[in-house]
Design a protein. Structure first.
Length: 287
């Protein structure tokens, strides 16, 4: 139905439903015009089933509605993603970041006539499984020129017979609670480098009731902590006195160096990052 034409004369061709009126007195043409016009206006204003509060209509995405948000893929039609992988898109003012399970990409972005215009897309060059690297290449080509629509927290992109559906990361994968979670160290930050935790060593912290419980990978103990919106302030730690050596000593030294004084923190989904300036830690909830 062309909803842009709600007025004018009735079509000249016979009404498909005319056979049902045989044997009955036909209504006047003026009455038919009123009835059909009313139905057309009602259908066009409704646009089909009326969406409920939890199912808002999709509209062309506005850059201001996307800035500062991350979306994770939840479904795809017309293509199959590599098992265990998902597409991640991050938007900032004039910028887009993307990943599909291997490398990270980033470039400039604009939305013109409901389509993404992606330029100067740069990518990391990590070697991965060939299927994931092919998926990276597909995503890079798919983004530029894809139609984009936003319905609440759901983002839809379509191009070349493929429709990719994504959900706002804060809904799809909510931030884990800072307090009461046993956070296990999975990375040690030094400058711009992140090194893995030595094999066989488990270090963790748990924050609750103004205290932090500490497992260094060798000793255990704790101390006072003050929690603010983006900062943790650690008091002196009291630990057991077991002698540590090798990897256990390295892990304990890295952990206690971070858990001292004011430390910036951030949580995204299941990852807690502690930044003490000279060093930091990356932690995830215990399995």
């Amino acid at each position: 139905m062309d909803c842009s034409r709600r007025t004018g004369n009735l079509p000249a061709e016979p009404d498909p439903g005319r056979s049902r009126l045989q044997g009955m007195r036909a209504p006047s043409r003026s009455l038919l015009l009123v009835v059909v016009t009313t139905l057309l206006v009602g259908a066009c204003s409704a646009g089909g089933a009326t969406p409920g509060p939890s199912d808002p209509p999709a509209t062309r995405a506005d850059p201001g509605d996307l800035a500062g948000r991350t979306f994770l893929s939840t479904a795809i039609d017309g293509r199959v993603l590599v098992p265990g992988s998902r597409v991640r898109l991050t938007f900032d003012v004039g910028r887009i970041g993307a990943s599909a399970g291997c490398n990270s990409m980033g470039g400039s972005v604009a939305i013109v006539d409901g389509r993404l215009i992606v330029r100067d897309l740069a990518t990391t060059e990590m070697a991965c499984d060939p299927a994931l690297m092919d998926q990276d290449s597909w995503l890079a080509a798919f983004l530029d020129g894809a139609s984009i629509a936003l319905a609440g927290d759901t983002l839809s992109l379509a191009k070349d017979g493929v429709t990719l559906t994504l959900l706002d990361r804060e809904v799809a994968d909510p931030d884990r609670p800072l307090l009461g979670t046993r956070w296990v160290v999975v990375g040690i930050v030094s400058g711009d480098a992140v090194s893995s935790v030595p094999a066989g060593i488990v270090a963790a912290i748990t924050l609750a009731d103004g205290r932090v419980a500490v497992e260094t990978g060798c000793n255990s103990g704790g101390g006072a902590v003050t929690v603010a919106d983006t900062t943790l302030t650690f008091g002196p730690l009291t630990l057991t006195k077991r002698a540590c050596a090798g990897d256990a000593w390295f892990m304990e030294s890295a952990l206690t160096a971070v858990l001292s004084g004011d430390v910036r923190y951030a949580i995204e989904a299941d990852t807690l990052t502690l930044d003490a300036g000279a060093g930091g830690l990356v932690l995830q909830p215990a399995p």
